[in-house]
Structures are given as structure tokens and as C-alpha cells.
Design a binder for this molecule. Sequence first.
Ligand code: FMN
Length: 319
Amino acid sequence: MPLKTKLTELLGIEHPIILAPMGGVSGGALAASVTRAGGFGLIGAGYGDPAWIEHEFAAAGNTPVGIGFITWSLAKQPQLLDLALARKPRTVMLSFGDAEPFARKVKDSGAILICQIQNVKDAKTVARLGADIVVAQGTEAGGHGAGRATFTLVPAVVDAVSPVPVVAAGGIADGRGLAASLMLGAVGALIGTRFSASQESLTHPNLKKRIVESDGDSTTRTKVFDTVRGYTWPHPYDGRAIRNDFLERWNGNDAGLQATMATEGPRYKDAAAQGDTNTMVMFAGENIDLIHDLPPAADIVARISKDAETLLSRPPGLR
Ligand SMILES: Cc1cc2nc3c(=O)[nH]c(=O)nc-3n(C[C@H](O)[C@H](O)[C@H](O)COP(=O)(O)O)c2cc1C
């Protein structure tokens, strides 16, 4: 039984799976692979390099993809939205910040507006702004986010914004996660870390290896990698990453890190450029317990959707 939902209808796709727009990870090749496999791929605009965005749209070729922006960063260079809309993305996703200045323009372009939020209040706000899809992101997620857990946030957001469709994000890496999301009332899952550990992702090979080798206990939320990279994220966001020496040294001592930036900044940059996993940021979610291989993205889409179909027809915990 194929998993037909409001999401598959809205996007005209086969499986209710969206590739998260992970900055520096979700390039055009990965996004196109996910779409071709029957899900939907989003390029991650990250902090917004116009040449990179152009390059990744070109890498997706004629396959329909979307793009996701970090909203507070987009506010500093709003012309990037025009650049993206000129490429006619099927969807535009806005995360982390005030969507209001951009919502109208996205919708007027004909693109589907997806807004990712981390609490019920923001869910109601983006629904009011006309979001076509609300992504409820729990704290288990890799990369930036906030404090609420997926398991309770998703049904609360479903209740709060009905009939606007809600997609679950944070902690979903296999068929169990997708099946659970649908049972919570979501119409699909937006998946990041699982696709970061795929062949097509732009993730550094050393980090791919660490994702496969590490478990969820080894991730934590932190601000140190924002501070050392010079990104001023607004409250309440921080990022979930795999612990390493750099994180252990500076976590909770932002003032100390700020005070030594003249030496720590360049040292970090060099180490990260060399793929030094003792130092570089390794954004990943708690679900790395469930990730044991580095397959092509199409295999991930096929496995997750097939397993979810099986589980939903016969939940394994039922007698
Ligand atoms: C490496 C990485 C980078 C991310 N970068 C972004 C980003 O640039 N913009 C964004 O909206 N979300 C970003 N996210 C968060 C995702 O949108 C999504 O919420 C998250 O990956 C879902 O949780 P999961 O990693 O457990 O699947 C990132 C996540 C990861 C793992």
C-alpha cells in the first residue's frame, strides 16, 4: 500500500519524504537523487553564497527540486531569494527566523511555501502567514534547532495548525520514524542526518565515517561552532553536533572562546579545512544510532518508505 498523503499530493511525489535543506550538505546532486527516487529534494542555501546556489541548481539539472534558506541570514541578503526564484524552484523552505518579509513573495512566485518551526507559537504564526506546509522540528535533529522533542511537538502542531499539513523532522532515519510520524498526524518526514550519510551528500568523508561509527549518546546541542565560525545565531537556536575535543574544550565557555578568537579562529579554520574531526563541526542528529552505511540516496528513500508501509500495515508491537 503506497503511502499517499496530503504531502505526496501537494508535491506530486510518490513517497512522503523530503530531503532537509542542509547547508553545505544538500547540493543539487543529492536533491535531484531524492526527487528522482520519489521523494522531494531541497538544496540547502545555508548562509547564502550566490555562486554556490547557482552551481547547485545547475547540478540538479532538469529534475524538480526546491531550496531552503536560513531566514535570519536571508534577511541580510534578501536578493538571494530573487536569485533562487528565477530558477523556478517547486518549493521554498524558510527556517530559523521571521518568515513574514519573504512569505508573500514566495507564494506569489507560485512556489510552495514550507516553513520549519520549533514550537507551537511559531507554527501558528507561519500558518497565519500562509505556509503551505509546516515542518515541526524536534530537538533530536542534527544541525540547528531548539528545545522541544519531536514526539510531543508534532501532534501539538498538527492540532494547532489544522488543516495545514504538518511534516515531522528530527530523529527520523528509518521506516519506524516515518511510520511514527504518520501516526502522530504528520503527512510525511523531513530527513537530514540520514541523507548526510549518503553517497551524494557534500558532507566531508571523515564526517560520514564518524556518523556511521558514532551513536546518539555522543551528540549534544552547542553554540561553540557558531561562535568560532563568526555566526551570530538569534535566540533560541543552537546546533546538535557529534562531540569532539574542540566542543569539550569550549562548550559552555562562550566568553572564553570569544576572548581567544584571534588564535582559535584561524586554528579552527585550518583544522576544519583539513577535515580534522577532533576540531571541525560535525552536525548530526541523535538518530545516528540507526545509521550504519553510506548508500545512494535512492536506496534510503526506498528503504524508509517500504519499511514504513510494512510497519503501518502490521505494527510489530501489536499481539
Ligand atoms: C548537517 C546539517 C545541516 C543542516 N543545515 C540546515 C540548514 O542550512 N537549513 C535548515 O533549514 N536546516 C538545516 N538543518 C536541519 C534540517 O532542516 C532538519 O531539521 C534536520 O536535519 C532533521 O533532523 P535529522 O537530522 O534528525 O533528520 C541541518 C541539519 C544537518 C544535520
